[in-house]
Design a binder for this molecule. Structure first.
Ligand SMILES: Cc1cc2nc3c(=O)[nH]c(=O)nc-3n(C[C@H](O)[C@H](O)[C@H](O)COP(=O)(O)OP(=O)(O)OC[C@H]3O[C@@H](n4cnc5c(N)ncnc54)[C@H](O)[C@@H]3O)c2cc1C
Length: 397
């Protein structure tokens, strides 16, 4: 007799699991509360659709927190494995700028999703939509839509995090696990914007302006990338990647100061030299001519330094390399690209099985791990799905 598998949630981690399970051994059903599957996956596709990241797997593993938690998972189903698998479905990908991996031009996010769903159809996976999970009933049976009871031999939860609630990822499942005595952590915004109290003359003029090829530092953590100056504060991949450490700093000190390096490609001495070489006595002109700074960058420097220091080349160069920006709080959680919190990782074993509830597994953003956006999130979710699928194929005869 085939084992009955219930996958609860219909995001990328769930879909990859369903695509991997051996349908000669399992009767697989996916239960999703929305009318359709993969809504957040499609939202991810609306911007730059980074399916994974093209870096070496060793470097890739270093992007995840807590370190080590996903190493084996990423080794077993790596970024290259994901690209090969997508190719087998007819979805070609390419490595773009900053090593991010996208579907090739002309392939829309919905086509990627449909190709995966086609694979599920071939695997005879039953899709049950408009089925909202409301906890357990009786002897660990699953309760849907308050009245429907589903019995399964193996249950996998893949209910996502708690941002972009319009996609269905609302985190309303948290209390059901708490009631079972399973340790959870409050959700927290990650890969999100942070509030900066800009001077109004500055932001009125420069709202939406980018800061490219910069680096951002907080404590021992430095990230190269870009930022966008907005009315709310700062957004962009450099600050997203520091979300976790910024959130920790905010929790401890009520504010966080990040240091912006406007010219990470030059050492301090090189900047001093370049400024000295410019003949102009006007500092703003020297910044433009010697270092190619835009009016926005010049204004940003000006407002962070005294008039006296602005005309002192050494002090000015120091500020260019390390410009403090005070962050006050994170953007609302619903606007975050991802969330941390959810099920504590100590609650699952190396196969993502709940230690307190045998035959129940947790995968994807439901678990309390973190990574920068840019392909790392989807890769981890999809790797977890595939690795668990392979494991279940092995252990069930
Ligand atoms: C704007 C945006 C851009 C992004 N861009 C990228 C990117 O370029 N690259 C990248 O790697 N990542 C990106 N991400 C992140 C990525 O989309 C998520 O990390 C990923 O979708 C998480 O997958 P998941 O399977 O864990 O959960 P989700 O995709 O969140 O899916 C969970 C599913 O469970 C369902 N569900 C929840 N509760 C219940 C319930 N009680 N009963 C039944 N069903 C339920 C939900 O409706 C949802 O369909 C982006 C996210 C956003 C918001």
């Amino acid at each position: 007799m085939k084992q009955k598998v219930a996958i609860v949630g219909g995001g990328p981690s769930a879909l990859m699991l369903a695509a991997t399970l051996d349908f000669s051994k399992f009767e697989v059903s996916v239960y999703e509360q929305n009318k359709t599957l993969g809504r957040k996956f499609l939202v991810a596709g609306d911007g730059g659709f980074n399916l994974t990241h093209g870096s070496d797997i060793e470097l890739m593993k270093q992007q995840y927190h807590p370190s080590g938690f996903l190493d084996k998972t990423l080794e077993t189903f790596s970024n290259q494995d994901l690209r090969n698998w997508l190719r087998s479905l007819g979805i070609e990908t390419f490595v773009g700028s900053s090593n991010r991996v996208y579907p090739i031009k002309g392939i829309k996010p919905i086509q990627v999703l449909n190709a995966i769903l086609q694979k599920l159809e071939e695997n005879k996976v039953k899709i049950c939509t408009q089925m909202q999970w409301n906890g357990w009933k009786g002897n660990n049976d699953l309760l849907f839509n308050e009245t429907e009871v589903v019995k399964a031999d193996i249950v996998i939860f893949a209910l996502g995090g708690s941002s972009w609630s319009v996609t269905g990822s609302r985190g309303t499942w948290l209390p059901y696990f708490q009631k079972k005595g399973i340790a959870t952590l409050p959700f927290q915004a990650s890969n999100c914007a942070f509030k900066v109290d800009w001077q109004s003359e500055f932001i009125d003029k420069y709202n939406g302006f980018p800061l490219k090829n910069i680096s951002l530092t907080l404590g021992n953590h430095s990230v190269k990338g870009e930022l966008v100056v907005t009315k709310f504060g700062l957004e962009g991949n450099a600050i997203y990647a520091l979300s976790r450490v910024i959130q920790n700093e905010l929790k401890q000190h009520g504010q966080a100061t990040v240091y912006l390096d406007l010219k990470p490609m030059f050492e301090l001495e090189q900047i001093i030299e370049k400024l000295k070489q410019v003949k102009s006595k006007n500092t703003s002109e020297a910044l433009k001519m010697g270092l190619n700074f835009s009016p926005m960058q010049i204004q940003l420097i000006k407002q962070s330094i005294s008039k006296e220091d602005y005309v002192e080349i050494d002090k000015l160069a120091e500020r260019i390399k390390s410009l403090p920006i005070s962050l006050l709080y994170a953007a609302p959680i619903d606007e975050a690209i991802s969330t941390t919190g959810g099920i504590a990782i100590e609650e699952v074993d190396e196969n993502f099985q709940l230690k307190a509830l045998p035959n129940h597994y947790i995968i994807g953003e439901m678990l309390d791990w973190d990574a920068p956006t840019g392909g790392y999130l989807l890769q981890a979710c999809m790797s977890m799905g595939v690795v668990l699928g392979k494991r279940l194929n092995e252990i069930i005869h």
